[in-house]
Design a protein around this ligand. Structure first.
Ligand SMILES: [Zn+2]
Length: 349
């Protein structure tokens, strides 16, 4: 089969379009013919320098295949697989949990210490075929396209778990979403609008903020021009917002905390600008703030999201669709932040 592979980490030039053998199945696995695979920023970290990938390459399991967000049709099934058939249209849940630890047992498989991510610890969807455990294959509603389905798992699952499961966003809440032009930010905006909450959104360009307003953002703030917490406090008459969706880290931490209302909840899933932030403990307890972390989400949550997309209530933003062999170009677009929405690779284009 055709695949984009790499045997050593580095710039986008390490990605090679080549022929490799199709994966062979265990009895509980399915082989999926990839129709669309979305590109995530994590793919770029993996290609450049993530130690998990370096370790995998060093073990000699070369070459590596990226790609965690995958939709396609089932081409083969293992002998023990039930409830799925060849030809089924499926989207793959990106994480493979151990299924036996206490976290997995109580349905919090996104806390599993030994979970593996498709396209990260194991080979992914930058290929004509990918294999996965049958539990990871979620059947798609007829109304959902492969490209839209592939654009969803990591970004929407992350945003949904943050807003709905962790921060428990309510219709009467005001929410501030940082970096609304990114995958998690734009997914968070759509999910927040579904709940009815009022959305404040930040981005680095007026063009991205215009798109955010078209998607329903109520108040937009260009963070390059201004301290966004001052705008938030100004618009809310000094009250602040009930929820902040944080994924930027050190650079925005102080402003994010300052934007919170009494009883405010800050939920964080990322630290692109640094790991360390401080907090004024007195202000925290007096305002009864909650700071919480969030990491990806569960298969059950992904099923909900796929249903909502099938009903047309969520619609991923697609920047462009490229043939698989142009994966390097997709990485450069993402690295240079030239996209608004997802870039999807299609092997059959
Ligand atoms: Zn586990």
């Amino acid at each position: 089969m055709k695949a984009i592979v790499f045997s050593e980490q580095g710039s986008a030039e390490v990605l090679q379009y080549t022929d490799i053998p199709k994966p062979t199945l265990d009895t509980n696995e399915v082989l999926v013919k990839v129709e669309a695979c979305a590109v995530n920023y994590l793919d770029i970290h993996a290609r450049r320098n993530r130690p998990e990938i370096e370790a995998k390459l060093r073990r000699g399991d070369t070459p590596h295949i990226l790609g965690s967000d995958i939709a396609g049709t089932i081409a083969e099934i293992g002998g023990a697989v039930r409830g799925l058939a060849v030809g089924d249209r499926v989207v793959l849940a990106p994480c493979i949990p151990c299924d036996i630890c206490s976290d997995c047992y109580r349905g919090a498989e996104n806390l599993c210490d030994t979970q593996e991510l498709i396209g990260f610890q194991i080979n992914g969807g930058y290929a004509e075929y990918v294999k996965a455990p049958s539990q990871n294959a979620i059947q798609m509603p007829a109304a959902l396209s492969f490209v839209n389905a592939a654009a969803m798992p990591i970004a929407y699952l992350t945003a949904w778990h943050m807003l709905m499961t962790r921060a428990q966003l309510r219709p009467e809440d005001d929410i501030l979403i940082l970096g609304v032009g990114g995958g998690v930010g734009s997914a968070g905006l759509q999910i927040a609008k579904l709940t009815g909450a009022r959305v404040f959104a930040t981005a680095s360009s007026d063009e991205k903020l215009k798109r955010a307003r078209q998607m329903g953002a109520n108040v937009t703030i260009n963070y390059k021009d201004t301290d966004f917490s001052e705008v938030v406090l100004d618009v809310t008459n000094g009250r602040g917002v009930d929820v902040v969706l944080e994924h930027v880290g050190a650079a925005t931490w102080d402003q994010s905390i300052a934007s919170l209302a009494k009883n405010g909840r800050l939920v964080s899933c990322g630290v692109t600008t640094g790991n360390i932030g401080t907090i004024n403990i007195r202000k925290m307890y007096q305002k009864q703030l909650t700071v919480m972390g969030s990491a990806l989400g569960t298969v059950r949550e992904l099923r909900t999201l796929i249903d909502l997309a099938g009903q047309g209530k969520l619609e991923p933003i697609i920047d462009r669709i490229l043939p698989l062999h142009r994966a390097g170009e997709a990485h450069l677009l993402l690295e240079n932040r030239q996209n608004f929405g997802k870039i999807c690779l299609c092997p059959n284009l």
